[in-house]
Design a protein around this ligand. Structure first.
Ligand code: PAF
Length: 282
């Protein structure tokens, strides 16, 4: 497994792979790997000849007062896990390599970012799309893989790829959960044992909504209220949003008549957790 720190070195390496006719799969990450990250890498391994990952805690996608400084990091462990799933190249740039002091260019997807996490984390998606666009230009992948836990990120990036004509296939991979249902996230490490119990309310809220839909409920307001009441009954929780929206436009839906995205963001202690599912009306 090769470790690359410099942008130019990564670009030259990717050009070499391309000249050899090799297909590159790319998994961008902020490190501190869990099974969710590893599942993206495993899928990438299956889909291409070369598997490149990046580890970079991107400062510009964190707002003031957010957890950039505390974001968990363990490079040694990450490298050994990456090696275990057969990663070929790990790109680990320094912040100054990605954003030199005179850096001035940012990229923004407009409409889709005016919903869900875009409202409570202003500037977050601008930071994500800017870094992902840069990483695409550096790694030059044929395929890029993203976890569906960050559903909005996935569709924002798909839109960026479509609007800017990147010749890259964006693949969304299923949410990986702990045995009891909690979606895996690097931020779960912030939870105390008591908060960890409460954190299950996101998954339980999803199960509750699915049951209501199965029983025939189609009114989004009623489903949302039930989920909110359930989450609020758990200690340490503070809801950021519970929304039912169109899975592609992210516009709020009043009634369910086909597929709808149920998306939740809840603070549990100091961890801001997100989860989602597609509710299907049969
Ligand atoms: O999902 C993440 O870990 C990050 O938002 C990403 C895509 C690596 C960009 O920094």
């Amino acid at each position: 497994m090769k470790i690359v720190n410099k942008v130019r070195q990564m670009q030259v390496l990717s050009d070499k792979f391309k000249k050899e006719g090799k297909k590159i799969a790319f998994v961008p990450t902020m490190g501190y790997f869990h099974k969710g990250h590893l599942s993206l890498m495993e899928r990438g391994r299956e889909l291409a000849d070369i598997l490149v990952i990046s580890i970079f805690v991107n400062p510009i996608q964190f707002g003031p007062g957010e957890d950039f400084m505390e974001y968990p990091r363990d490079l040694e462990r990450d490298l050994s896990l990456a090696e275990g799933v057969g990663v070929d190249v790990v790109f680990i740039p320094e912040a100054e390599e990605m954003y030199p002091p005179d850096y001035q260019t940012y990229l923004e997807v407009t409409g889709l970012t005016q919903h869900l996490c875009g409202l409570s984390r202003p500037g977050h998606f601008r930071g994500v799309t800017t870094v992902v666009a840069k990483l695409f230009n550096i790694v030059k992948p044929d395929i890029a893989l993203f976890g569906l836990k960050d559903y909005q990120q996935y569709i924002v990036i798909k839109r960026m790829v479509r609007d800017l004509n990147y010749d890259i296939e964006v693949v969304g991979c299923p949410i990986i959960r702990e045995e009891d249902g909690l979606a895996m996230s690097s931020r779960n490490t912030y939870l105390t044992p008591e908060q960890r119990k409460s954190a299950l309310c996101l998954y339980q809220g999803i199960k509750l909504a699915e049951r209501l839909v199965r029983e025939g409920q189609r009114d989004a307001k009623i489903i949302i209220k039930e989920v909110i009441d359930y989450i609020e009954s758990k200690p340490y929780t503070q809801i950021d949003y519970v929304k039912i929206c169109h899975p592609e436009t992210l516009d709020d839906l009043e009634y369910l008549n086909d597929k709808a995205l149920l998306a939740l963001a809840v603070r549990v202690g100091k961890a801001r957790l997100i989860d989602n599912t597609i509710l299907e009306v049969r």
